[in-house]
Design a protein around this ligand. Structure first.
Ligand SMILES: CC(C)(COP(=O)(O)OP(=O)(O)OC[C@H]1O[C@@H](n2cnc3c(N)ncnc32)[C@H](O)[C@@H]1OP(=O)(O)O)[C@@H](O)C(=O)NCCC(=O)NCCS
Length: 165
């Protein structure tokens, strides 16, 4: 398994192998944010195929509740491993470590990660990797579904932080 920074041709491969719900390509959005300097989009590869990704968002969490208390903290987001049978083999942990290392290279003291309150398995993984609960918040996002309708989502989440030093 190797982890690389997403390139323009990788976006189509990600769409093919790890598709987004509906018409919005989450990968294209993240790549555009990377081009704008807002994030680094990391992709995990196995035998030439993308099997995981995470976005190190240098601009931090979008939620105002989190920005109020941690305006400088980058957020590790968009974390997923696919297909399901490849989960629980360490790929997600390696993606998180790679994102943390990018933060250390920039001399940052802390990294954060948001987890939905209905995702206790992911929360258990982040706790094992050293993340501690900071604040609860509402994660608000939108995407265009297969029928072209815009879906507005609000997920109750907890923002966790880890000291990188
Ligand atoms: C969460 C996720 C990225 C972890 O990747 P991974 O490669 O399975 O992680 P690792 O192998 O390093 O660590 C395994 C741990 O991840 C967690 N995990 C495994 N499957 C999971 C799942 N379907 N959903 C959430 N967490 C899961 C568990 O804590 C697991 O530990 P366990 O095997 O002892 O139960 C991956 O499981 C996934 O894509 N889940 C669905 C999407 C998701 O929940 N993303 C996180 C959003 S905050």
């Amino acid at each position: 398994m190797e982890i690389t920074v997403c390139t323009a041709p990788d976006v189509a491969l990600l769409d093919r192998h790890m598709g987004s719900p509906g018409r919005t390509s989450f990968h294209a959005r993240r790549f555009a944010r990377q081009e704008a300097g807002e994030c680094t989009y990391l992709v995990a590869w196995l035998d030439g195929r993308p099997v995981g990704h995470t976005e190190m968002r240098w601009i931090g969490c979008a939620a105002p509740e989190v920005r109020d208390v941690r305006p400088e903290c980058p957020e590790i987001g968009g974390l997923a491993v696919w297909p399901e049978e490849l989960r629980s083999r360490g790929i997600g942990s390696e993606l998180i470590r790679a994102a943390e290392n990018l933060g250390r290279e920039r001399g940052l003291a802390e990294a954060g990660i948001g987890v939905a309150m209905d995702n206790p398995r992911a929360a258990a993984l982040y706790a094992r990797l050293g993340y501690r609960s900071l604040i609860d918040y509402q994660d608000r996002y939108a995407y265009e579904d297969v029928d072209g309708a815009i879906r507005e989502c609000v997920d109750p989440c907890t923002f966790l932080v880890k000291d990188l030093r």
